[in-house]
Write a protein of this length. Sequence first.
Lengths: 210, 50
Amino acid sequence: MRSPSSVTATPAEAPVDPNALRDEVRRKYREVAREPGAKHHFHTGRPLARLLGYPNEWVDELPETAVESFAGVANPFALRPLESGENVVDVGSGAGFDSFIAAGQVGSRGSVTGIDMTNEMLDKSRHNAEQIGLSKVSFRQGLAEALPVADASADVVISNGVFNLCPDKRAAFAQVMRVLAPGGYLQFADIANGRPVPPEALRQIDLWTG
Amino acid sequence: MLEEAGFIEVSTGPPVDTFGGAPGEEKARTYDVHGYGFIARKPAGSTGAR
């Protein structure tokens, strides 16, 4: 297997305006929340979950509104299933797809806190949590670079396709380190490139999000 | 980058053809972009971020 050239397909510090990048990411994921079936540059929903190897029985337990806006890039549970009782933080939780799967794995003794910066995704994830009847799952607005989570409070941090979109990846990973308890796990899915992306291409915001 | 942040036991899973068949496939192929699972741990004796 060829190793990826970097953890994510975009550099540690963005050569684009961070606020402009966040605005563009919000715009894109607002569309995915509102119109999950529209034509996006990436796969979404149930076909994507199948492509990424999520077992059907996990997906079938979730309401369609939680599945349809799923836009991950791999399976963060593939390298380690979560354990009963773990407290989990989901960075960039979207409509809640991975948060709800995590909730099923950690059970009633555990908890899941999803963090997302897009209002439409937060509204959708909260509605989905109510629909499923999960009391140990909550969603908060925030950035990966400034997680609204207490120090050393998480046993596991999960994420799916989010760090590559962060303007400051070093700050995001420092935040993950802060919120994890000693010995805690970061298990995430993201994209990585096997060939270098030229500097001029990295300055195009639309390449980051599409 | 993960080790720079202080993580240990960093491991990467096999590539997934995340964009295969999607409208973004051509761009993904240009830079050989795939999805991966990653796992890492915060050291047991660590108290916070570097």
